[in-house]
Design a protein around this ligand. Structure first.
Ligand code: CU
Length: 171
């Protein structure tokens, strides 16, 4: 009679194991189901964290950028500005502080009218030589590009010998 009881015992163990394994599998599946929705909730927090490191690279980028721009900002002298009629009847080069503008061949001089009724007219005072002539202006700008080296005197047709300038163009 011990045999049938053993079989029953084994069967009960087998059923118990099956039930246990099923229950464990169910529990694990439940855990996995719960864990999967939990993870997406955790992800949002790392996202804002990702926004924090962003300002750091931004702060690092501007630093090298201005340094790269600085050498580029040096060329502005290429746009040689001469104010016309600033504090009187004169041509005032913004770089030299006088009526003489020094540039190299290929560069451009821009006259900016500050005071009224003057001209930038090429030639020895006071005969226009036809190289350039802004005409009499009271505002605005006039530009001329000097392609050849040399000394280029100019004057204001309104004020004549009282208002002259010189552009010195080096090779
Ligand atoms: Cu003038």
């Amino acid at each position: 009679m011990p045999h049938p009881s053993r079989f029953r015992f084994i069967r009960s163990l087998t059923l118990g194991c099956l039930l246990a394994s099923t229950a464990i599998a169910f529990v694990f599946s439940c855990h996995s189901d719960h864990s999967s929705p939990t993870q997406p909730v955790v992800n949002p927090s790392p996202t804002p964290r990702g926004a924090v490191p962003t300002p750091t690279p931004m702060g690092a980028v501007p630093t090298p950028t201005p340094m790269g721009v600085m050498p580029t900002a040096t060329p502005p002298p290429a746009a040689h500005m001469v104010n016309v009629g600033q504090n009187g009847n004169n041509f005032l080069d913004q770089q030299s502080g006088s009526s003489t503008t020094t540039i190299t061949a290929g560069q451009t001089v821009q006259w900016n009218w500050v005071g009224s009724f003057h001209s930038s007219t090429s030639g020895n005072c006071c005969t226009p030589d036809g190289k350039w002539d802004s005409g009499v202006m009271s505002s605005g700008t006039f530009s001329h590009t000097f392609s050849s080296p040399g000394n280029f005197p100019y004057f204001c047709t309104v004020h004549g010998s009282l208002m002259t300038g010189m552009v010195v163009v080096s090779p």
